[in-house]
Write a protein that binds this ligand. Sequence first.
Ligand SMILES: NC(=O)c1ccc[n+]([C@@H]2O[C@H](COP(=O)([O-])OP(=O)(O)OC[C@H]3O[C@@H](n4cnc5c(N)ncnc54)[C@H](O)[C@@H]3O)[C@@H](O)[C@H]2O)c1
Ligand SMILES: O=c1ccn([C@@H]2O[C@H](COP(=O)(O)OP(=O)(O)O[C@H]3OC[C@@H](O)[C@H](O)[C@H]3O)[C@@H](O)[C@H]2O)c(=O)[nH]1
Length: 385
Amino acid sequence: MARVDLDGNPIKPITICMIGAGGFIGSHLCEKLMHETPHTVFALDVYNDKIKHLLEPDSLPWAGRITFHRLNIKHDSRLEGLIKMADLTINLAAICTPADYNTRPLDTIYSNFIDALPVVKYCSENNKRLIHFSTCEVYGKTIGAFLPKDSPLRKDPAYYVLKEDESPCIFGSIEKQRWSYACAKQLIERLIYGEGAENGLEFTIVRPFNWIGPRMDFIPGIDGPSEGVPRVLACFSNNLLRGEPLKLVDGGQSQRTFVYIKDAIEAVLLMIENPARANGHIFNVGNPNNEVTVRQLAEIMIQVYSKVSGEKTPATPTIDVSSKEFYGEGYDDSDKRIPDMTIINKQLGWNPKTSLFDLLESTLTYQHKTYAEAIKKVIAKPVAS
Ligand SMILES: NC(=O)c1ccc[n+]([C@@H]2O[C@H](COP(=O)([O-])OP(=O)(O)OC[C@H]3O[C@@H](n4cnc5c(N)ncnc54)[C@H](O)[C@@H]3O)[C@@H](O)[C@H]2O)c1
Ligand SMILES: O=c1ccn([C@@H]2O[C@H](COP(=O)(O)OP(=O)(O)O[C@H]3OC[C@@H](O)[C@H](O)[C@H]3O)[C@@H](O)[C@H]2O)c(=O)[nH]1
């Protein structure tokens, strides 16, 4: 049965240059493209651990449709040629773990702005379509965050719902270096938008709202550095696997909406295969129905993990820590992230399906299956004298 786009036109196979294909989102996107479409992928990244299962053995049904190119886009002459050979470039490459933003602000700014400049240039000069991954963090803080704590207006959606074509970008002061990432992402968005307006670049910008699922980041001391600080799903998974209390930064009062990676990848495939509907647009991709405070997230994960692992919940399941202690100087946070869904509904007819409980059940099942044995060995091993 020939595959058709949202307007009933047959979808013809294309070649995609995917930068950062070896990461969390990239690995799921490569899986989707190999399993469900005829498209060809050049997978560019410095690592390929998360996509190795797609690259070998040669007997895989899609063999030949995905090739891995180990390169660092900061300084690799192969980049332009690969963009020119493809029909579409998807740029996922970034330093995107908050623990780095205030501790490695220069690397963060270079990674999220400077290093993306040649990608945009090569696409624009060669009339190639670009799908660029930004972040919901470009919205920063809500307008409501500045209202008095007891103001009834805080309940008014006009003060907290985040809309691509209306909401401002509100960051903390310069010494709050956490915002180095979001501000770099804002400026690359503005550059891409300008290339579209002035030079006709066909672009789509994606603002992910906390996509979570298997293969996100790493478990410190197992498949990442012991001192590494990944994003909250991996931090909490690590604490649960080790039977440690989950650390709630500044009491875990910040709110987030989480969307299952598999739902979100559906939205990206719609953007890839419906260029006429996606070009020129910025899209929120998230699940407004899955809002929790970080403390509530911890509580649900504790409950689900004990169901998945059969282990009982430790006496002290959570502890509060200060952001200064956990992240160091210059941390700041987004208070609330609820995506307005009007534009993505209208253009692509996409909506998320998976509840927070269900996505956490499948993700923690994966985490427990993948890491529990290795963690037991590490815990059992006497500390090196
Ligand atoms: N996961 C989310 O919830 C989320 C939310 C908002 C924004 N994003 C954005 O989506 C994109 C992908 O995020 P992710 O969650 O998959 O992160 P990730 O860290 O798992 O993936 C990023 C990948 O880019 C690669 N990369 C970084 N710099 C590179 C370079 N110079 N050359 C080659 N490869 C390089 C990394 O090796 C990594 O594999 C990022 O741009 C991020 O800002 C993700
Ligand atoms: O162990 C932890 C880890 C994190 N947290 C808190 O959990 C919340 C989420 O933290 P994360 O590290 O997952 O990342 P954030 O949601 O703040 O930003 C992320 O959003 C989407 C993308 O732009 C990036 O992947 C990243 O910037 C923050 O309030 C953080 O302070 C804890 O309370 N305890």
